[in-house]
Design a protein around this ligand. Structure first.
Ligand SMILES: *Cc1c(COP(=O)(O)O)cnc(C)c1O
Length: 325
């Protein structure tokens, strides 16, 4: 990847003249079966471009309570777009009940914000939303005249976890949505960068938002080259991360039931450990001292990725066993 970055041909993407950015945009749009794509610095900005591309001031989007667009992006849609979120509680498997989505859609009446968009996420907290669910939920959105956006920061993790041809799975998911955001910087291992894909008209609106948000970069080909390398070489290998996450989860099973500790087995590359909130900060600090990074805002979250090998997993198991006793 470093070599691909070093070799990258660059131009000024403010004027659409960076050949590597253009190649990446064409490539990801084609891979996901969309007309157009936009390269942006972060997944947060990609989602912001989607929200503001689909919705006007005074519109509303429906999302899950734990959706990144709603909970983890500092309320950007509301701050920059005057777009109101309508969050919905998740089912135990992370999905939104179709009945809940339907009853959250407002009638066309001056009392209400205009419900314009359903925003889903896959994977959501490492959980894989099945294709049948995505199909039913987006069909419901369409029946009510809503657009549909998929926050697919970890789309390829979901695509690999579904089994079979990951690239075909990704395309089948993308087909159901008007727009999809994909991160190159998560499991795919690029240093930075995301893409939003959708129709030409949507991407033209998104491009204006990206400019407003300060996300139009000049010689961004150095980053696009890393993303292209990731699309060539780092999709199918996500299966290794998933296998390592399972091994990590299995290695921690003995801790089950210990002082409120509960280890959730992963569906992709994330292991979550429930533990009493008051213990979380101390455990995160202990792990860090011994070279294991975890986040602990709601639960302990451990993520496998291309820089974590088998020895790293073994080390993490040993350290966690110590720290959680
Ligand atoms: C990481 C992530 C984002 C945001 O990406 P950044 O590049 O960190 O802004 C959005 N959605 C999901 C599901 C993510 O995991």
């Amino acid at each position: 990847m470093r070599e691909a970055i070093a070799r990258a041909e660059v131009g000024d993407d403010v004027f659409g003249d960076d050949p590597t950015v253009n190649a990446l945009q064409e490539r990801i749009a084609a891979m996901l079966g969309k007309e157009s794509a936009l390269f942006v610095p972060t997944g947060t900005q990609s989602n912001l471009c989607a929200l503001l591309g689909h919705c006007e001031r005074g519109d509303e989007y429906i999302a899950g309570q734990m959706a990144h667009t709603y909970r983890w992006e500092a309320g950007g849609g509301a701050v920059f777009g005057s777009i109101q979120p309508q969050p919905i509680a998740h089912q135990a498997d992370g999905t939104l009940a179709l009945a809940d989505i339907e009853s959250a859609i407002k009638p066309d009446d001056p009392h209400f914000a205009r419900t314009r968009l359903l925003a889903l996420e896959n994977t959501l907290g490492g959980r894989v939303m099945p294709l049948t669910y995505l199909r039913d939920a987006t069909a419901l959105a369409r029946r009510h005249g809503l657009a549909a956006h998929l926050d697919g920061a970890r789309l390829f993790n979901a695509a690999v976890a579904m089994g079979g041809d990951a690239r075909a799975n990704a395309r089948a998911m993308a087909e159901l949505f008007d727009s999809v955001s994909v991160c190159f910087s998560k499991g795919l291992g690029a240093p930075a960068g995301s893409a939003l894909v959708g129709s030409k008209a949507l991407i033209a609106r998104a491009k204006r938002v990206r400019k407003m948000a300060g996300g139009t970069m000049r010689q961004a080909g150095v980053l696009a080259a890393a993303a292209l390398h990731a699309l060539d070489h780092h999709i199918e290998r996500l299966a290794d991360d998933h296998a390592r996450a399972r091994r990590l989860g299995e290695g921690l099973q003995g801790l089950q039931g210990l002082q409120g500790v509960n280890v959730q087995m992963p569906q992709s590359n994330m292991v979550f450990i429930d533990l009493p909130r008051e213990r979380a900060a101390a455990v995160v600090a202990t792990l860090r001292e011994r070279g294991v990074l975890a986040t602990g805002l709601y639960q302990l979250r451990l993520v496998t990725h291309l820089d974590i090998d088998d020895a790293g997993v073994d080390h993490a198991i040993a350290v966690l066993r110590d720290a959680l006793h």
